[in-house]
Design a protein around this ligand. Structure first.
Ligand SMILES: [Zn+2]
Length: 77
């Protein structure tokens, strides 16, 4: 999951109120617990990590996906 900057979001007008109730913090705590129960782990990734540009099979990075209109792509590799 993306490692959201909750302090920055709390300062923003758009997210401020919903972030202060700490719903997100509780959600991530429960998610981590449920995953560990299944022998899995929760991994936080930097918000700049290009997860939608990277092939989940071979790791090829497709720069064309910076166009957010592109929702699917076939790996050329
Ligand atoms: Zn690939």
């Amino acid at each position: 999951m993306e490692d959201l900057d909750m302090k920055a979001m709390a300062r923003s007008l758009h997210f401020g109120k919903s972030v202060h109730d700490n719903g997100w913090g509780m959600f991530t705590t429960f998610l981590k617990y449920k995953l560990e129960d299944q022998g899995k782990q929760l991994i936080r990734i930097d918000k700049w990590y290009p997860s939608s540009q990277t092939c989940s099979v071979c790791g090829y990075k497709n720069p064309e996906t910076k166009d957010l209109g592109m929702r699917e792509w076939d790996c050329p590799n």
